[in-house]
Design a protein around this ligand. Structure first.
Ligand code: CTP
Length: 407
């Protein structure tokens, strides 16, 4: 195993600090360049000199003790790192980072970095289970931080339970896998042209009123961002949303289901994968008034007609394209998702129950099931970005299987 990466190890104060010394040594032995920041309480357990000797680098703990006048240490370290590892991560640093508090060297560095942040919590089992700690972990997870879950066993406080810092060898393995995966991932969709639809559509009633839905576009935009990171050429066709499209995507803005239909069909022939994550209106007012509808006594009756089912139309037309549809359900997820797979001639349906915690509209997480001809794959609760990557990985596996079946 040769890591060959720059790891910034942030050591916060708990009894597991002694294991962070072994971790430093293991990381260095695996070829990583390691710099260490300690919190004031971590220094109560193990002296900085231990980490200095093991990393063969200066150890940092004081934001205001600038070792080089030409540099601001916490910014410099934040930029230097390929990855930041907080181990052990106490309830305190988890709480501070989740709330954007920057009051010491570690917390300021964590806010200043663009590098991936991994946290390995270690604490008493009841502290770990406390709703406040679990809430903060979920917040950080949604912010894109990754966690190395504590192990179960005898804890220094005398309890037996979950809270023990994962073993240093295992942590090094996880970090190694993180980098190995990023290398493989960056070319997973290389050469693939992917069309993604996102957001709601807007069906006008008159110049000032419309029918729409609660879609925020977050899942579709996460899919576009993930596809770009995986090396694809991405066209993002989006209904009206308030978020920014990822840099590098070809962006087509549309308003109504009809406009989305035309935009998708205009690029369909060149596409390899089409992802219909947009929440397209199923109905639109038959008549769109030229002028604002004035109120009258009594009820208002509007008549609606069906919009074109874009996914179905693509299913009828496709030759080489891999078609991914979405199904947002509130009941009978499996039954409806399977029906959509066949009815729309899609290759994959990504389904979720929008009433479940973490899976609704506007959240940064999603818990989805992937339905294909070969079965159902249930993913755990993931950030929308992670879920997006898993969806593409599954699509590529399915496409390869199909290709092998044909040849
Ligand atoms: N879809 C589409 N064109 C439409 C409506 C939906 O392409 N006019 C696509 C969505 O982008 C999504 C999938 O179809 O990929 C959703 O399937 P659909 O059966 O339309 O879901 P619902 O709108 O939830 O339908 P139902 O009322 O049958 O549950």
């Amino acid at each position: 195993m040769n890591l060959g990466k720059k790891i910034l190890l942030c050591v916060t104060g708990g009894i597991a600090v002694y294991k962070a010394a072994a971790l430093t040594s293991k990381l260095v032995q695996s070829g990583a360049e390691v710099k260490v920041i300690m919190s004031e309480s971590a220094k109560e357990f193990v002296a900085p000199l231990t980490f200095q000797a093991l990393s063969r680098q200066d150890v940092y703990w004081d934001t205001f003790d600038e070792k080089e006048s030409s540099k601001i240490a916490h910014i410099d370290l934040a930029d230097w790192a390929d990855l930041i590892l907080v181990a052990p991560a106490t309830a305190n640093i988890i709480g501070k980072l989740a709330n954007g508090i920057a009051d010491d060297m570690i917390s300021t560095t964590l806010l200043a970095t663009k590098a991936p942040v991994w946290l390995a919590p270690a604490m008493n089992v009841h502290m770990y289970d406390h709703p406040a700690v679990q809430r903060n972990i979920l917040t950080l997870f949604e912010d894109g931080c990754r966690f190395i879950e504590p192990g179960e066993g005898y804890l220094a406080c005398g309890y037996v339970g979950k809270g023990r810092l994962e073993e240093p060898e295992k942590i090094v393995e996880i970090i190694h896998d993180h980098f190995a995966q990023s290398i493989n991932e960056s070319s997973l969709l290389k050469g693939k042209r992917i069309v993604i639809t996102a957001g709601p559509t807007r069906e006008m009633v008159d110049p000032v009123r419309f029918f729409s839905n609660r879609s925020t576009g977050k899942m579709g935009y996460a899919l576009a961002e993930a596809a770009l990171q995986l090396g694809a050429d991405v066209t993002l066709i989006s209904g009206p949303v308030t978020i920014q499209p990822p840099a590098g995507a070809h962006y087509i803005e549309v308003l109504s289901a009809e406009e989305m239909y035309a935009a998708v069909h205009s690029v369909f022939n060149q596409a390899d994968i089409v992802v219909k994550s947009a929440a397209v209106a199923d109905y639109r007012p038959i008549e769109v008034m030229d002028h604002k509808l004035k109120k009258k006594d009594g009820n208002l009756v509007l008549e609606f007609e069906r919009t074109k089912d874009i996914l179905k139309s693509l299913g009828e037309k496709k030759d080489h394209q891999f078609l991914i549809g979405f199904a947002a359900e509130t009941t009978k997820v499996e039954e409806y998702a399977k029906a959509k797979l066949h009815k729309k001639n899609a290759d994959m349906i990504v389904a979720n129950n929008v009433t479940e915690t973490g899976s609704g509209f506007g959240t940064d997480t999603n818990k989805v099931s992937i339905f294909t001809e070969s079965g159902i794959r249930q993913l755990p609760l993931l950030s929308k970005h992670e879920a997006a990557k898993e969806i593409f990985k599954e699509a590529i596996t399915q496409m390869r299987n199909k290709h092998e079946e044909r040849s």
